[in-house]
Design a protein. Sequence first.
Length: 115
Amino acid sequence: MDYPIEPSILAAIDQGRMQRGRTNPQSWSRQRAQVLTAEDQGLTRSRIGGELGLSQRSVVLLATEACDAVLRGGAASEAADRVCAEKWRGWCQNGDTAACSRLRTTAAEGTSQAG
């Protein structure tokens, strides 16, 4: 199934993938963007897997890879930030300074927009 993709998620994943020197990341990025978009829309991993023809383990792996690409690429995507925040908290607790920085940045932006 070709699941609709949130454009900001795809752009953020593409940027992270390209910064690693990869060319033509479209298919790699699209599949991961589909998973993050579905998670952002509240679908369960089992439902995502069923709709995309993936195992739950594959859904988890693709989401993790996508969140890493978003983090390393640095592109802004509120949707990706929402989906990836929990993963980034775990990474931050394990000493990933980039994850800690992204969480602080998104928290500060959320605070400034609320005020």
